[in-house]
Design a protein around this ligand. Structure first.
Ligand code: B12
Length: 208
């Protein structure tokens, strides 16, 4: 049941999550709904952290539990067929270790027909620039930031890509909880979307 999935993520049931998600899939609940439930639960976890009801270790176990849960439904979310839109480079900016949202964007973009190059977390601006130069067939780059304090690193990253003259090759997409369309426009990004599904649709549009 979806409620069991939510409770398991919120309380960090690392050992049980795979079985619970599998049971929910077997009950006929669509993978997209299970994913949405887990995403919503991370919001609940964040709110509890903000209220000092839980601390970093609990937040981390919840995140690891969600990752494990996502791995069960990953094959159901990913589409079939090879890449047809070229490459999509993605990473979380310098100083920022959050990767669940980035990984979901990578997954959805891949299922939309891109070959994804994931640079990981805490990625310096220069590494984005190098990766784009090394992959001339990359048409879209995704930059993720989850902390208000790393929004500056996002700005620096976008500027570095533009200053390297690469905006004629790639379109830059940005996202993450603190990012707004206004901030995206202000720093010179080509697009912002609020979630992984819309990120995939937008990436296809930008690559076209
Ligand atoms: C899990 C978590 C952690 C885990 C991360 C584990 C991991 N591997 O990712 C750990 C425990 C490591 C962690 C650490 C910290 N965290 Co934290 N964390 C969270 C939490 C609870 C969930 C984040 C998450 O995964 N959400 C679920 C995903 C699916 O959502 P998402 O990331 O927003 O991604 C979606 C969209 O934003 C979008 N998107 C994301 N990236 C991109 C990119 C592109 C290109 C596009 C188009 C779209 C897009 O699509 C995604 C999918 O739909 C949030 C709370 C919250 N509400 O966000 C706090 C939160 C982000 N953390 C916070 C804080 C303060 C910290 C710490 C500083 C705590 C500390 N004192 O140490 C550290 C910082 C570490 C660092 N240097 O990065 C604060 C940030 C406050 C702020 N305003 O800056 C939050 C908001 C909690 C809170 N309410 O206070 N955290």
């Amino acid at each position: 049941m979806l409620d069991d999935v939510k409770t398991a993520v919120e309380t960090g049931k690392l050992k049980k999550i795979e079985g619970i998600v599998q049971e929910t899939v077997d009950e006929g609940v669509p993978a997209g709904e299970i994913l949405d439930a887990m995403i919503a639960t991370m919001g609940v976890v964040g709110d509890k952290f903000q209220r000092n009801e839980i601390f970093v270790p609990e937040m981390l176990v919840a995140a690891l539990t969600m990752k494990k849960g996502v791995s069960v439904i990953q094959p159901l979310l990913a589409g079939e067929g090879g890449p047809k839109h070229g490459k999509f480079i993605i990473g979380t900016v310098a100083g920022d270790l959050h990767d669940i949202g980035k990984n979901l964007v990578a997954l959805m973009v891949e299922s939309a027909g891109f070959e994804v190059i994931d640079l990981g977390v805490d990625v310096p601006a220069e590494k984005f620039v190098e990766a784009i130069k090394e992959n001339p067939d990359c048409r879209v780059v995704g930059v993720s930031a989850l902390l208000t304090t790393t929004m500056e690193a996002m700005k620096i990253t976008v500027e570095a890509i533009i200053n390297a003259g690469l905006q004629s090759q790639v379109k830059i997409m940005v996202g993450g909880a603190p990012i707004t369309p206004e901030f995206a426009a202000e720093i010179g990004a080509d697009a912002y979307t609020p979630d992984a599904g819309s990120a995939a649709t937008k990436a296809v549009e930008l690559a076209g």
